[in-house]
Design a protein around this ligand. Sequence first.
Ligand SMILES: C[S@@+](CC[C@H](N)C(=O)[O-])C[C@H]1O[C@@H](n2cnc3c(N)ncnc32)[C@H](O)[C@@H]1O
Length: 236
Amino acid sequence: MNANPGHRKVRSFVLRGGRLTKGQRRAFERLWPRFGVEFDPHRRLDFQTLFGNDHPVWLEIGFGNGESLAAMAAAHPERKFLGIEVHPPGVGHLLMKIEELGVQNVRILRHDAVEVLERMIPPASLAGMLLFFPDPWHKKRHHKRRLVQPAFVELAASRLRPGGIFHAATDWAPYAEWILEHFEARADLFENLAGPGRYAERPETRPLTKFEARGQRLGQEASDLLFRRTADSGDQ
Ligand SMILES: C[S@@+](CC[C@H](N)C(=O)[O-])C[C@H]1O[C@@H](n2cnc3c(N)ncnc32)[C@H](O)[C@@H]1O
C-alpha cells in the first residue's frame, strides 16, 4: 500500500545514466555558473534580472543535445531562450555549443520541466513554448507518461502570455494527433493557428536537426503544431 498517495509522480522521462565526455565535463565546470540556473521550488524567476534585458522569453522543454536551441538562439539575438532538460550529457553538449557559437541569450535548467513550470516560471510570462520531438511513449499503458496531458495544457496556458505561442513537433503520427486533440479540447485557452484539426507548415524558425534529417531520409515526416494562447487569460 502506498502510505503517501500522490507523492509518486508519473514522469515523462526515465533518467538514463549517460556519462559526460571530457569536453562536456569541462564545459560544465566553466560554463554552468554563467548559463545554468539551479532548480529552486521557492523561487520565481525574474527574467529581466536573469538575462539583463527585457527581450521576450522562449522556453524549450526537453532540448535533447541542444542543437535546435543553440541554433535558434544564434538566429534570434532579440529573444531570450530558457532550455530545460534532465539528461546531463545533453546539457553538457548544449554548453559546448553555446561557447562554439558565442551566444549569450540562453539559460539552462536541469530538472523536470513540469516542476520548473509550476514552481519557477511566473504566470503569463512567456512569449513562446517549444516542444520538439517529445518522447512518444508508444505503448498504450505508457500514454500517461506523455508530457502532453490535460493538466499540462492548462499549465502551458497559464505560463504563456496572452498571444503567446505553443509550438510542438513530432514524427510519431499518433502523438501528433494526441497533441492536436488535447489542445483543441481547450479552445477556451488555445487557438490552432493552422485552423481546426490541421497541422502547420513547418516554420522556418524550427532548425532542422540531424535526428530529424535522418528521419526524413527514412520517410518519417514531422508534423508541426502551432497554437496561440487566446487573449482571455483566465486563471492568473
Ligand atoms: C526524444 S528526445 C528529443 C530531444 C530534442 N528535443 C530533439 O528534438 O532532438 C526528448 C527529450 O526530452 C527530455 N525530457 C522528457 N521529459 C522531460 C521533462 N519532464 N523535463 C525535461 N526534459 C524532459 C528527455 O530527457 C529527452 O532528452
